[in-house]
Design a protein. Structure first.
Length: 278
């Protein structure tokens, strides 16, 4: 059965084996025996959807990861807590986040960084990031242009505007209108569990709760499957890109608020380069 996050990118197929075989035939690239993995590979669709394939050493099963080529990039420190889940600390200059447009990118001196967000994320090219499975001497990697996105992990709710969201039970935490769960928020519950000592790094999931204000909505077609999906650039705790399925009760548009469970995913750009590891 195809999981909801893969469905959000249009990776629909009769079953996972069919999808993986189709991706391999369509030009997935990868390497064997690298950084604790027997195999790391990825298929990047012309639509920007990405299917990452990973087989950890000592594991029999092949794992899949839903990812995407996100146009939103940020300077960030990244350290892995487990084979595929990382802690991401995002920085900005004067509280202004960066976006890779194809014409210009933010050049940010390390001494002038302001911390703006922290969350857990899946990493689609994980061996680029130091693995620090136990608390202590963490050694993050600073990435000047980390691609930052998310993939819907359940059916998201769509509100016509920030005003409609604010009037909702969710937006007002009970409807009295005095205490709002503000639009434009990304919450990482597993990170809070780790900080409280109720979960270990190995147990942590990247699943997060997101309330995004949509700034740009594009319908894309997955070339591998012919299935449509939405790529949305919007504001959460930071500007980021999210992939959601098209079969929503309401169609998102510029100014909409979308809310629900997502999986943040980051990429250092390995799968878009000419040289892979080793």
């Amino acid at each position: 059965m195809i999981s909801h996050d893969l469905h959000a990118l249009g990776f629909d197929a009769p079953d996972l084996d069919v999808l993986v075989n189709s991706a391999a035939e369509a030009g997935a690239v990868g390497v064997e025996d690298v950084g604790g993995f027997d195999l790391l590979a990825a298929y990047t669709d012309p639509s920007g959807a990405r299917l990452a394939l990973m087989k950890q050493k000592g594991h029999d099963e092949m794992e899949t990861m839903a990812s995407l080529v996100a146009p939103t990039t940020h300077p960030a420190d990244v350290v892995r807590f487990s084979p595929t889940v990382a802690l991401v600390d995002v920085y900005s200059q004067a509280s202004t986040a960066s976006m890779l447009t194809g014409e210009s990118v933010l050049k940010l001196p390390a001494a002038n960084r302001n911390h703006v967000a922290r969350f857990l994320a899946n990493v689609d090219d994980p061996v680029e990031v130091p693995l620090c499975a136990e608390p202590g001497d963490d050694t993050p990697r600073f990435v000047e242009h980390l691609r930052v996105g998310a993939v819907a992990n359940q059916m998201l709710r769509v509100f016509e505007s920030e005003e409609e969201y604010g009037r909702s039970h969710e937006g007002s935490l009970g409807g009295n209108g005095n205490l709002q769960f503000a639009a434009g928020t990304l919450l990482s519950p597993w990170l809070m569990e780790i900080n409280a000592g109720r979960a270990t790094r190995a147990e942590a999931s990247a699943v997060a709760e997101m309330m995004m204000i949509c700034r740009r909505v594009e319908k894309r077609t997955n070339a591998l499957t012919g299935v449509d999906w939405y790529r949305i650039v919007g504001d959460t705790s930071i500007p980021m890109t999210v992939a959601i399925p098209v079969n929503l009760p309401r169609v998102p548009h510029e100014g909409s608020v979308i809310s629900g469970q997502v999986v943040p995913v980051v990429s250092l750009g390995t799968w878009e380069g000419d040289v892979l590891w080793g």
